[in-house]
Design a protein around this ligand. Structure first.
Ligand code: SAH
Ligand code: SF4
Ligand code: F3S
Length: 449
């Protein structure tokens, strides 16, 4: 058994956070000790992201810093995990001498073996993608806390033309419902209060006749005082059954991340998003009827090949119609190997930036307005701990995923559900006063005027 110390740094999406916990689980079983300090670690792993070029540039920058550690302690093993490992494979080892091993997302079981090889001075590479690997039986390493991530499926079969994920994560596959439910039970016993179910397209979850709505109902039933969240929903596959399931279960959060990407049907088609804006807007309307108080966030790309000013205006139009609670907005970044890579990246950089700034500004205005309307209303938050800025304040989240700051009080601790009245708001944060501490049993609170 190894007694070596391993330090993991995680980049990219929540699925990578969940994967790093899996990796720690695998390595701890082999005797590795987790460390929070790269300087004292025997093994340094970067779990990487390839989604846009700037994500990869960050990793190259970080490898530059790690070189110094390796110069001081040449026996340190440095490994690249995650999407960059899969995308760049042996290039990483050949071009970056500091890298000892490259292990893709479906080969983590073999990590102890690769690390052993690296300790013996040989470089290792494992980048096979699997059609079946879901790490069902691996217990992820998690410190005690309130909130946990669980990957319920891996890979993606959608092949949006801009996206590298189907190439870095492979084919779509679902984890068994039973194993997910038993993991949620364990988390509930450990005192966790919130679980986020993760997948690139959770709505196509399927296990033995159970769809994602079935998985959500089963998850919600484990512990009614536990909040269940999920991400990401693809607009093509969001079923009515799913909407009703959210509406019927008190502890399924009224919050849907529904990436639209563009407001123009022509661009959506070029992106292979497989829905029209009309379908998308209908879906939003339907969800608002079925789930009163539901909130939405989205992802948007500006400057996709051939995007005209008119296309851009259509995106602005959709944002103004939906009035998202939040949006993640990006400049198009060409990714080698994808279909869009073969299209001419013809929107000039300054136009991409200008359009991006315009939609960011619009979203900030809308978020501000939505939050102003909440002043005077009451809502229930799950308290997460001290606020980032001061230990005189506590921070929590609404069911709709908004951050609320309240004054510290002796009766209130992290993990409590508290009813608050909103008294002030910015575009990103709500501020409130405590109305009452709630019992553990969650009661679905609608924002009431
Ligand atoms: N599975 C999720 C998204 C995962 S990637 C979904 O289908 O919505 C997160 C976001 O990154 C995407 O929604 C998209 O907006 C953005 N993105 C992906 N590839 C990109 C690229 N090549 N350039 C810019 N943004 C990109
Ligand atoms: Fe990428 Fe599209 Fe799959 Fe999302 S659904 S991961 S954007 S290919
Ligand atoms: Fe990045 Fe891979 Fe996630 S490319 S966004 S880490 S699936």
């Amino acid at each position: 058994m190894s007694e070596n110390k391993v330090y993991i740094e995680t980049y990219g999406c929540q699925m990578n956070i969940a994967d790093s916990e899996l990796v720690e689980g695998i390595l701890n079983t082999e005797g590795f000790k987790s460390s929070k300090n790269p300087d004292e670690a025997d093994v340094i792993l970067l779990n990487t992201c390839s989604i846009r070029d700037n994500a990869e540039q960050r990793i190259y920058g970080r490898l530059g810093n790690l070189k110094k550690i390796k110069e001081k302690k040449p026996e340190t093993v440095i490994g690249i995990l995650g999407c960059m490992a899969e995308r760049l494979r042996k290039d990483l080892i050949e071009k970056k001498s500091v890298v000892d091993l490259v292990v893709g997302p479906d080969e983590y079981r073999r990590l102890p073996e690769f690390i052993d090889t690296a300790f013996n001075g040989e470089k290792g590479i494992g980048v096979k993608l699997s059609r079946t690997e879901t790490y069902d039986d691996i217990v992820p390493y998690r410190e005690d806390g309130l909130s946990a991530w669980i990957s319920v499926m891996r890979g993606c079969d959608k092949f949006c033309t801009f996206c590298v994920v189907p190439f870095t994560r492979g084919r779509e596959r679902s984890r068994s419902l039973d194993s997910i439910i038993s993991e949620i039970k364990t988390l509930s016993d450990r005192g966790f209060k919130e679980v986020s179910l993760l997948g690139q397209n959770v709505n196509s979850y399927s296990d033995d006749g159970n769809d994602f709505a079935d998985l959500l109902s089963a998850s919600a039933a484990v512990d009614k005082s536990m909040r269940i969240r999920f991400t990401t929903s693809h607009p093509q596959d969001l079923s009515d059954k799913l909407l009703y399931t959210i509406a019927e279960n008190e502890n399924l959060c009224n919050y849907i991340h529904l990436p639209v990407q563009s407001g123009s049907n022509r661009i959506l088609e070029l992106m292979n998003r497989t829905y029209t804006i009309e379908h998308y807007l209908n879906l939003i309307e339907k969800a608002k009827k079925i789930i009163p108080g539901v909130s939405f966030s989205t992802d948007i790309i500006t400057g996709f090949p051939t995007e005209t000013f008119e296309d851009h205006l259509m995106t602005i139009d959709v944002m103004s119609q939906v009035r998202y609670d939040g949006a993640y907005m990006f400049k198009y970044s060409p990714r080698e190997g994808t279909k869009a890579y073969k299209m001419n990246d013809d929107v000039p950089e300054e136009t991409k930036v200008k359009r991006l700034n315009e939609i960011i500004e619009l979203q900030q205005k809308v978020s501000y307005e939505i939050n102003q309307e909440l002043i005077g209303t009451e809502t229930t938050i799950l308290v997460e701990g001290f606020s980032k800025k001061s230990d005189q304040f506590l921070s929590g989240r609404t069911d709709t995923n908004k951050v609320v700051i309240i004054p510290v009080s002796e009766e209130i601790a992290a993990g409590d559900y508290v009813k608050v009245k909103i008294n002030r708001a910015t575009s990103a944060t709500l501020f409130g006063d405590v109305v009452e501490k709630k019992s553990a049993e969650l009661e679905k609170e609608k924002l009431t005027a």
